[in-house]
Design a protein around this ligand. Sequence first.
Ligand code: HEC
Ligand SMILES: [Cu+2]
Length: 335
Amino acid sequence: MLLNLLLGPDPALLGTDAMSASPFSLLPAASTNAQELDNIYVAVTLICALSFVLLIGAQVYFMVKYKKPAEGHRKTSPITHSGKLEFWWSFIPTLILIALFVWGETLYMKMVTPPSDAVNIRVTGQKWFWTVEYPDVPGAILTDELIVPKDVPVRLTLTSNDVIHSFYVPVFRQKKDAVPGRYSNLWFQATTVGTYPLFCTEYCGDQHSTMIGKVHVVERAEFDARLAEAAKLEPGEGESMADFGARVFDRGGCAACHSIDGSAKTGPTLKGKYGAQEVLSDGSTVTIDDNYIRESILEPNAKVVQGFTPQMPSFAGRFDDRAITGLIEYIKSLK
Ligand code: HEC
Ligand SMILES: [Cu+2]
């Protein structure tokens, strides 16, 4: 039980590889900088451990050696201080601290200076999901999924649509705030193929803890293939419109706010909605038909459902007519 707590969230819940095999080992390091950062961390820990043993060891040794005798008392030593000793016990730690500073500062500068040939990716935080866009591949937009190539530097530009979120990938040892109205940068070069958790680490509302995504580190060729696949949002050969719509639903991150099982999340459930009557915030009612769904997707705030706040982002420009038709067919199929 305690062990599980130390190991962090159950990877089965995150849908990723286990973060660590043992509570006593560091998390896997999957980027070049992560490995270097761990080296500093281990070095500082060892220096602290050594200093602790030397200091406390000497203290205990002298406590026992010069224990006050049961009877009578010893004379205090006439020695006042040793300039030589004091110099060295100040000078050596100073050198160690300067060395640690230079080591840390060098790595820090490296970590905040993206190489000019890095792949650009835009990441936007929003209650309560991450939107990932690849500006070099038009149309490639993902939700809660960051696909990055292995052994290639990647530069993220982070921002937020609402409140402050914080982008955190433990295996890259990288954390950066996503602030509304501002851009912040972060870069890394992944070294190990795998699927890793991505967290929001800034409390951003009551469903903050569900703001979990995945980072897929893949080979360069697979990276290109998956982005090309993400960019073309078209019905496949022999795929029904409803199945295509289910894929669009997944890609658009609709599930972050809409359940298909009848339970309300940030938005109303979409189960059994098609053809039903909806009560709007102004008390009027509307029938949920193709036009209403289309409007809900392109202009979500035109009609707001009673009991909900207008938090849905517009998908105008992101989904073409075919994708919207797919969504309508999919919602129609949710009986
Ligand atoms: C950030 C959360 C969020 C996301 C993401 C989101 N929605 Fe919504 N959606 C809402 C909220 C909140 C409402 C209710 C308020 C309103 O009508 O604007 C809503 C309303 C709707 C409605 C009207 C439902 C009804 O019962 O009348 C439809 C249809 C809809 N969304 C479809 C979608 C689709 C399709 C997607 C993905 C492409 C999506 N939404 C993504 C939050 C979201
Ligand atoms: Cu958040």
